[in-house]
Design a protein around this ligand. Sequence first.
Ligand code: PMV
Length: 359
Amino acid sequence: MYSNPELVLKGAFLESSICWQSPSNIALIKYWGKYGIQLPQNPSLSITLNNAVTKTKVTYAYSTTGKIETQLVFNDGEAPLFHEKINVFLKSILPIFPFLSQLKMTIESSNTFPHSAGIASSASAMSALALCLCSIENKLFSSLSNASDFFNKASYVARLGSGSASRSVYGGLVLWGKYDEINESSNEFAVPLRENIHPNFATLHDAILIVSDQEKKVSSTKGHSLMHGHPFEKARFEQARANMKVLLSALKDGDIPQFIEVVENEALSLHAMMMTSKESFLLMEPATIHIIDKIRFFRKENKVDICFTLDAGPNIHLIYSEKDKHHVKGFIKNDLLKNGLIKNWIDDCVGDGPKIIKE
Ligand code: PMV
């Protein structure tokens, strides 16, 4: 779609740099299962976070070696596996950015959140890198001066790095994947959901409850592949579409009980898929289940609108809105932390999306 053999430099330029800060996101409707080149089997919907961000600075200069040359500094140190991943990714997108083989790049990347905190670092890292690449293209060729073209392409490129990263180039609620009732939606890139959001959902918060900081037991690549031939494959993709319909209507009408029901159903369905795939993964810890019970009990007893979602790991994302902030913080401190159910937690909320950083 974006292959462009014309994006080739005619001569040298002075060394320059660009820096973007891009957030992670947490899916409410989960993407789990893909086909072709990183295309989703079902549409997904997420909230973009505010505090959990990756900052990526790319310094670039003209080079005549004819190959991609990169140096990576990650959290002020080395990260050979991540560096390798970036090089493979850059090579794969050469038809989109042919000028990359005419550059020497130093990529400095750092996260504001700890590794393995249950926050998708690939979403923030790949979206930040995609945004830097689009900015470099625009600086060199003035080809992406229209903001909507710029973010569309950044989302497309981010998707090729990590599917969920396509959603991180926008703030608020973001949808990725073709969904007939949203005209502009596409499997190729994400679109922000700016209309039909009831004020009840304007200030969503995400308290990330850290049950374990162990490495992920299953990579996303492996997880997605296990959906091929899964006994519930067809049913899961249909369920995700049906849940999307219900969630969009709950968001429009301000229907909190419906929102809670769908969000928790999606989290548990994701884990059910992993538990019942040919190679089975049980990613919840005993404390995860204990906390889910407590959240449901707290909701019922105190009539507070909280719910949980999960990523592909044991940590819990506790979703609530501004009005319940004090109640929820009390629950976390006086119950979950006091009783040793969580090690710590990260206080995050819905954010405005990526920002360019002037240095
Ligand atoms: O973007 P990937 O390939 O790391 O897959 C992300 C999958 C989930 O985080 C489990 C769900 C989602 O939609 O973000």
